[in-house]
Design a protein around this ligand. Structure first.
Ligand code: HEM
Length: 557
């Protein structure tokens, strides 16, 4: 959800872009662990304050002046020194208001949890009460009326979907059986990168000319697209272009659009009577995107169905769309999955699997480039464990604890989904002395938790060492580190997501020597973020890549 609240304060009504008007009131701690901010976002002429009902006597009102703004990211730091403690990073929607904050969004309430304790409450202690998703225009238009897992409301359809994902799509055997696909695509990316580095070098007339990493990171995205496309759809629909209605660039645009439109605060979702006006134009964009996605998915499903018919009795499912189509035809299935359901799940697989890992890898490379000491240690580990005569394989990961720690540290500082995906409360619940009524949206601010000095020592420093040999993991049990969420709605693609991030990053580091382009100092490297449902770099990363392994290792077999 993209929410911009600028200079909100207790005693002012602040003008925000377009039609929004924001009022914020703060209630200091009531002796419990939290303080609460109540913010109302209302259309003009209707602004009024309305705090959540309290179940305890109200504390004295001494509201501090609240500064709520989206973060600009930490300042860059030079050389191989650890970044000097940065100026305290402003957290999205969490300035100095404690671990629980309540917002009023049009006619609906939202609560933002910004501490491990409150995250645990919503995601574990009362997980079942907060397992639903809000109904949004994005779910309606871009996910076949909530037919995918991501936006599906809590109920029998979603429960069945989760079980099927676990049992049929993401079981260990299936993931292992597709390891060769991931390995081939990573190798192909390394080959492309090497060729691009060589041609750039030749063109510049210098031995190691700067190569725009932006293109290579696009390749990282393409690797993900290829891996996902081959695992989910059976072949490289997107990159080959053969038979695909869209080019890779168009497809990339569609993925960006999915993430953007699922992350925006659409006026009609919170002020239904304004929905028909679509003042931001988002619904128009959603409908256009939906038409393009449907053209692509219809094409994919038709091809798969044709093969099924052609092969008759001898048909064997080769990819995830085959599995989904078989499930859709299964007469014993508890809740029917229709064609839209197959398309909704397929979209989840494509959307969930592509941008998420690419964004993480780009942040990891950015942090490594401005922390050369960390980069050197990761590289040294790879050379020691893997050696210079082969690429990194998935089975190497247990022996690469430092690279694994780099990934965790990246996910702490740069979680791909900073507020997790919104949940919706199914019943009235009391938390920290305040009532959270049924129908409240719940956002878990893992971006703020990851940078909280009360939770992490020197939180703004990139120190993978903090995870080496330590117990904190990303699997949803440690509430200070939740890049994949936790509880019943936790990311079902965590196994695949981690494999892809590990393999892409480890091989990029192993196959190339990296540095920033000549003339760019580490402290100049922008670490600005763009906030939406996901948080990519605002400026794509550029760097110099020099191949360092024998040439045949980059060749695609
Ligand atoms: C680095 C990789 C990834 C990250 C950081 C990530 C992160 C997340 C997060 C934070 C959530 C919300 C969890 C919550 O609300 O508690 C989520 C949900 C989801 N993710 Fe991922 N994800 C990744 C990879 C994947 C992959 C590879 C897939 C599928 C191919 C996937 C599919 C999904 C789906 C379908 C949901 C919605 C689940 C539901 O609502 O029941 N994700 N992911």
């Amino acid at each position: 959800m993209q929410i911009q609240i600028l200079h909100a304060s207790t005693d002012r009504i602040v003008q925000c872009p377009s039609i929004w008007r924001v009022s914020v009131s703060c209630i200091p701690p009531d002796g419990a662990t939290s303080s609460t901010v109540v913010a109302g976002i209302l259309p003009r002429r209707r602004a009024r304050r309305r705090p959540l009902r309290r179940v305890r006597p109200p504390p004295p009102r001494a509201p501090p002046r609240a500064q709520v703004q989206l973060p600009a990211g930490p300042p860059a730091v030079a050389g191989d020194r650890q970044p000097a403690p940065a100026r305290p990073a402003p957290a999205p929607l969490r300035p100095r208001h404690g671990p629980l904050m309540s917002l009023r969004l049009g006619s609906s309430h939202a609560v933002v949890a910004s501490s491990p304790g409150t995250a645990r409450f919503f995601l574990k202690t009362r997980d079942l009460a907060f397992v639903d998703r809000p109904r949004t225009a994005a779910g309606r238009y871009t996910s076949y009326n909530n037919s995918g897992l991501f936006s599906s409301p809590y109920g029998a359809y979603w429960r069945q979907g989760r079980k099927l994902w676990q049992a049929e799509l993401f079981n260990a055997r299936r993931l292992a059986s597709l390891e060769h696909v991931r390995a081939e695509e990573v190798r192909s990316m390394l080959g492309d990168l090497r060729a691009a580095a060589a041609s750039s070098s030749a063109g510049g007339g210098r031995a190691a000319a700067a190569v725009a990493l932006r293109e290579h990171l696009f390749m990282v995205t393409l690797v993900n697209l290829n891996v996902i496309s081959r695992m989910v759809l059976g072949r490289k629909y997107i990159v080959d272009g053969a038979g695909s209605p869209f080019t890779p660039e168009e497809f990339r645009w569609m993925i960006n659009e999915i993430f953007f439109l699922n992350g925006v605060l659409n006026v009609g979702d919170v002020i239904p009577w304004l929905g028909w006006l679509d003042p931001q134009g988002y619904v128009r964009r959603m409908k256009r995107l939906a038409r393009m996605l449907d053209r692509f998915l219809e094409h994919v499903l038709d091809e798969h169905n044709e093969r099924r018919q052609r092969e008759g009795e001898g048909f064997v499912a080769r990819d995830m769309v085959d599995v989904l189509l078989e499930l859709a035809d299964d007469p014993n299935i508890e809740v029917p999955i229709h064609r839209d359901g197959v398309k909704g799940f397929t979209l989840d697989l494509i959307g969930g699997g592509t941008d998420t890992s690419a964004v993480t890898v780009e942040w990891a490379m950015s942090e490594l480039l401005r922390n050369p000491g960390v980069l050197a240690r990761a590289t040294e580990e790879l050379e020691r464990v893997v050696g210079r005569d082969r690429l990194v394989a998935e089975e190497d990961m247990p022996n690469l604890p430092y690279v694994e720690a780099v990934v965790k540290e990246t996910m702490r500082l740069h979680p791909v989904v900073p507020l997790l995906t919104p949940r919706l409360s199914r019943e009235d619940v009391s938390v920290g002395g305040y009532d959270v009524p049924a129908g409240t949206r719940v956002l878990i601010n893992i971006w703020a938790i990851g940078r909280d000095p009360a939770v992490w020592e020197a939180p703004m420093e990139f120190r993978p060492e903090r995870f080496v040999g330590g117990g904190v993991d990303v699997k949803g049990q440690d509430f200070e580190l939740l890049p994949f969420g936790s509880g019943r709605r936790m990311c079902p693609g965590i196994g695949l997501g981690l494999k892809m991030v590990h393999m892409i990053l480890a091989n990029l580091l192993h196959a190339f020597a990296w540095r920033l382009p000549d003339g760019v100092a580490a402290e100049e490297l922008s670490m600005e973020e763009t906030f939406g449902l996901t948080v990519p770099r605002r400026v794509p990363l550029e760097a110099v890549a020099e191949p360092k392994l024998p040439a045949h290792l980059y060749a695609v077999p």
